[in-house]
Write a protein that binds this ligand. Sequence first.
Ligand code: SAM
Ligand code: DTB
Ligand code: SF4
Length: 364
Amino acid sequence: MTANVTELDAAKRAAPRIRSDVRHDWTRSEALALYNLPFMELLFRAQSIHRASFDPNKIQMSRLLSIKTGGCAEDCGYCSQSAHHASGLKASKLMEVERVINEARKAKASGATRYCMGAAWRSPKSRDMDTLVAMVEGVKGLGMETCMTLGMLSDDDISKLSHAGLDYYNHNVDTSEEYYSKVITTRTYADRLDTLARVRQAGIKVCSGGIIGMGEGADDRVGMLVTLANLEEHPESVPINMLIAIPGTPLENVEKIDPIDFVRTIALARIMMPLSYVRLSAGRTEMSDETQALCFFAGANSIFAGDTLLTAGNPGEDADSRLFTKLGLSPETLDDTFDATSKAPQSCSGISGDEAGQRNVRTS
Ligand code: SAM
Ligand code: DTB
Ligand code: SF4
C-alpha cells in the first residue's frame, strides 16, 4: 500500500533528525572555496544540508523591540544609535516593564515565538538589572522565548539574566577580526568573544552573527563565519544582516553589496553551521521577493517580523504574509522548534550521521 502525501509528511516529521556534519575546525581557505563554488552547486549543497535537519518550508519568527534607544557610547560605524554619529535619532530612557510586556503580547498574537529586547548600551548599569530581570520574567510568562542584546555583560549581569530565565543572548561578532577595527574602535573583537564565552558558560543560548555590505571583502565574510563555526558550540541562532545604510553614519555611502554575494554568505552559514537557525535579518526592505526566496533556499529559516527592527524599517506583516503565501512558507510554532541544545555533544571534526547517532529533538 502506498502512503499518501499527508502520511509521508507525518512520517518524515516524526523521524528523528540525523545529525549531519557538525565541525569546529574550519579553515578559511576551504570555507572560501565553498563560498566561491558555482552558485547552483553552492545552493544545492546548502539546501540539501538544510533539509537534513529542518523543514524547508517553515520559518521561525522573532520580533524586536528597542527597550533603550540611542545615545550609545560605542562608535559602531553602521549604527544609528551611536552618540558619535549625527543620525538625528532621538535618544530615550529604558522603557517601562509593562509597556514591553504589552508589546510582546501583541507580537505573540501576530505569530512571533521569540521576543528580542535590544538596548543601545556598551553594557548595562547595575541599577537597570532589576528592570531587565522583570522584562525577561514578564515576557517568558507569556510563553515566548526571550532574547536580549545589551552589549557587554559582567558575570553578575549574566547570572541575574540566567536566573530570570533568559533563553538567548544576542551579541554579534559583526565581521572578521581583521575588518572589525575599521568599523568599531571603542571595543575589540576579543571583548566580543569574551562576553559570548561567558554567556555560553552560564547556559544561555547564543545568538551571534554579523553584517554584510559594510565594504568588507569575501574573505572577511568567510572569516566571520569561520569564527562563529569554530566556537566550541555553534550559536543556536546566526543573524545575517544586510547593512542598512543610515544617513549620518560613517557607512552611509558604502557601496551596496551584490545580492548574490549576500545569498552566498547565507548558504555558507548554513553549510558550516548545519544545526543553527540562520536568520535573514536587517535589510529585507531593500530586498526583492526573489532575493529573499534565494536566501530561504540557501538555508535561512528565521526572520524578524513586524514593520520595525530597532530603529529602522522592516517589511511588516502584510508584505511578509504575501511573500509566505507566494512561496508556500509558514511560520514555525514553538512545538516545531528544533532544540539544538537537546543534542548529544558535538564532535570536533566532520562526522557522518551514522557515527553521530540520532539526535534527540522535539518534533511536531
Ligand atoms: N548595543 C548592543 C550591541 O551592540 O550588541 C545591542 C544592539 S545592536 C543595534 C545589535 C546588532 O544590530 C549589531 O551588532 C549589528 O549587527 C546590528 N545592526 C545595527 N545597526 C545595523 C544596521 N544599520 N544595519 C544592519 N545591522 C545593524
Ligand atoms: C541582529 O543581528 N539584528 C538585529 C538584532 N540582532 C538586535 C538588529 C538590527 C538592527 C537594524 C538597524 C536598526 O533597527 O537600527
Ligand atoms: Fe551601541 Fe550596539 Fe549601536 Fe554599537 S551597535 S553603537 S553598541 S547600540
